[in-house]
Write a protein of this length. Structure first.
Length: 591
């Protein structure tokens, strides 16, 4: 009885799953002109055991059998062949055929979303890029075909520059370090840059320009990148002019040859620079290679493109591939390449991570909009330190060095001026450079404006110093409106400036001008104690060189400092703020 019931149940199940009800819709999906032929070729499910899965599968497999002759089709991949084999051996495995593998694999266009900010690639759209978190930067890129999928960046770059470049000798082998360094003159290896501007750039690069290096120069539009690179090109050309070979090729995709020529005239450049206007990277590399120069300048990476790469110039993929092509060009030909890159609104070079990772040196040019000063900073340097900073000034005849960079942010005051009340000098460091910065404070009692205003100083830091002065030094600042300002529009982030902020507040509150030629170095703790800061010796030596007369520093610095060169500078060592007030705001110090 039980067996009978089971048979009935199975029979019902089979009937429910019978292909007869499914076939019409399936066939309609695959309906072709050769319906008759397909019927002839198709297995006859009804004549077979309808209860078996293989019968269903055969029904679904039928469209695959209806495909045109194999010879007329593209050769299937290994993977496809394997699958076919599997199907033959084990028909049940072809259940995967339910997702219609025949059509899935062929002619598929892979859709990708590429972040235009950082180059991150995803298989789906994101409102904000998962890598750099910037919103609205994911752009769809449909054009990456299956064939292109296997063409990595380096392959494309090789295609672009590989056909005519000198090929690697098959005899090349790994060498011992001593073999590499034998007969190698490190001093003559680098290309020196002469003149005061040349010295500044040379120091920044780690002691001259390295042959075959790729240097990226980034900065805001209009800050002076093209001007700087034209001046560098002129310096290299001057250095190499005796050899007869064309020393530098300057390629611009942004300006016409006449525009570059006019600029060169304005800068007084008479060196033998070759100018070329092109945006096709293959073309410009080919033309440059024929000239065999010492250096190549490409202005800018956002304007050049590779024909083999999808996307317009400036897109992340183009920027990446063009940089890869230039890198390979530099390494293979030993020609130094300078690359100009514009920064995005957030202050990064377009595709920043990709580019910074690929190039040897990254220099950033910074500067305030209305200030003539420009800072050229080494953010990455494979051939030197990243601590270096070049301070330049934009003049009528291009960029020039600043004679006394340490004092460039100071204003000149007359010693009898009232303005000295509430003014203190801080000594801060940027890389290996020392800068003197003016801090101004204005404490005003009975003021209708009760709030505090801070420019260039973090509010938390200023409030902390104010409270420490009240609690630990007994200053009654609570009924005063307080204004703090760092001159020249600078922002002070270094803790070494804490003591100067406190001194400026004391000076204004006590209406006691700080003696001229006095500077303050030190961090302030919550107990009012003075704490040490890095490179205090370098800061004090700068003050001594500039003719300062007094410098207030933390007591711990006493052990580190010698007396050499400090004969004219009185160094006052203090433990806390009370000692500072007693040492500086004394009657005999009053002007
Ligand atoms: P430029 O080098 O074109 O900037 P970038 O390449 O970064 O976009 O510099 C343009 C600015 O520099 C422009 O505002 C004019 C100024 N400038 C001078 O002040 N003096 C000069 O001798 C030169 C060539 C430019
Ligand atoms: Mg420019």
């Amino acid at each position: 009885m039980r067996r009978l019931l089971r048979t009935i149940l199975i029979a019902q199940k089979v009937e429910l799953r019978s292909p007869i009800g499914i076939i019409p819709s399936s066939i309609s999906l695959y309906s072709t002109d050769s319906a008759e032929a397909s019927e002839a070729e198709a297995p006859k499910p009804t004549t077979q055991s309808v209860g078996s899965w293989s019968t269903y599968v055969n029904v679904y497999d039928r469209p695959v059998a209806q495909q045109p002759e194999p010879s007329a089709q593209a050769k299937p991949s290994d993977e496809d062949e394997d699958e076919d084999e599997d199907e033959d051996k084990n028909p049940s495995s072809s259940r995967r055929g339910l997702s219609f593998t025949a059509t899935r694999r062929k002619g598929k266009v892979k859709t990708q979303w590429v972040c235009q900010h950082c180059g991150y690639t995803a298989g789906q759209w994101w409102g904000a890029c998962p890598a750099c978190k910037v919103a609205g930067t994911m752009i769809q890129n449909n054009d990456t075909t299956a064939a292109d999928k296997h063409r990595g960046g380096l392959v494309v770059a090789e295609d672009a520059v590989g056909t005519w470049l000198p090929q690697r000798s098959p005899e090349l082998r790994p060498l011992k370090l001593v073999e590499v360094n034998r007969g190698f003159d490190l001093e003559k290896w680098r290309i020196p840059l002469f003149g005061s501007l040349g010295n500044e750039i040379s120091t920044l690069l780690g002691g001259g320009l390295v042959p075959g290096s790729l240097t990226l120069v980034g900065g805001d539009p209009g800050i002076g990148k093209s001007t700087l690179l034209l001046q560098i090109a002129a310096m290299i050309a001057k250095e190499c002019s005796d050899g007869g070979a064309p020393p530098v090729v300057y390629v611009s995709g942004e300006e016409s040859l006449q525009q570059i020529g006019t600029r060169a005239d304005r800068l007084g450049i008479q060196s033998n620079i070759y100018l070329y206007s092109s945006t096709d990277i293959e073309d410009l590399l080919m033309k440059t290679h024929r000239l065999s120069p010492r250096a190549l300048v490409v202005d800018s990476i956002q304007t050049v493109y590779l024909k083999t790469v999808v996307g317009s110039a400036g897109a992340v993929t183009q920027v990446r591939e063009c940089t890869a092509a230039l890198m390979r060009f530099a390494k293979t030909t030993n020609i130094s390449v300078f690359l100009i890159g514009h920064v995005t609104k957030s202050g990064d070079i377009a595709g920043p991570r990709v580019l910074e990772h690929m190039v040897d040196v990254v220099l950033y040019m910074e500067g305030e909009k209305y200030s003539p000063y420009r800072m050229l900073r080494a953010v990455k340097n494979r051939f030197g330190s990243t601590d270096e900073l070049a301070v330049l000034e934009m003049s009528q005849s291009g960029l020039q060095t600043v004679s006394n960079a340490s004092e460039m942010f100071l204003t000149q005051h007359h010693s009898d001026s009232n303005v000295l009340t509430g003014l203190a000098i801080a000594v801060i460091m940027d890389g290996t450079r020392t800068f003197l910065i003016e801090i101004q404070a204005l404490c005003f009692s009975k003021c209708s404006v009760s709030s505090s205003v801070y420019n260039g100083i973090e509010a938390n830091k200023a409030n902390m110093i104010k409270c420490v002065l009240m609690k630990q030094a007994g200053l009654l600042l609570q009924e005063n409106a307080m204004f703090l300002n760092v001159v020249s529009g600078l922002t002070m982030t270094e803790t070494a400036g804490d003591l100067a902020i406190a001194a400026a507040i004391c000076s204004s509150f006590l209406e006691f001008p700080i003696p001229e030629g006095t500077a303050f170095i030190g961090e302030i703790g919550l107990g009012g104690e003075l704490r040490m800061v890095p490179r205090i010796d370098k800061r004090i030596n700068t003050l001594a060189k500039l003719g300062y007369r007094m410098c207030v520093v933390p007591k711990q610095a006493e052990k580190l400092l010698g007396t050499e060169g400090l004969e004219k500078l009185k160094v006052v060592y203090c433990n806390d703020l009370k000692e500072v007030i007693n040492a500086v705001f004394r009657r005999d110090n009053r002007c």
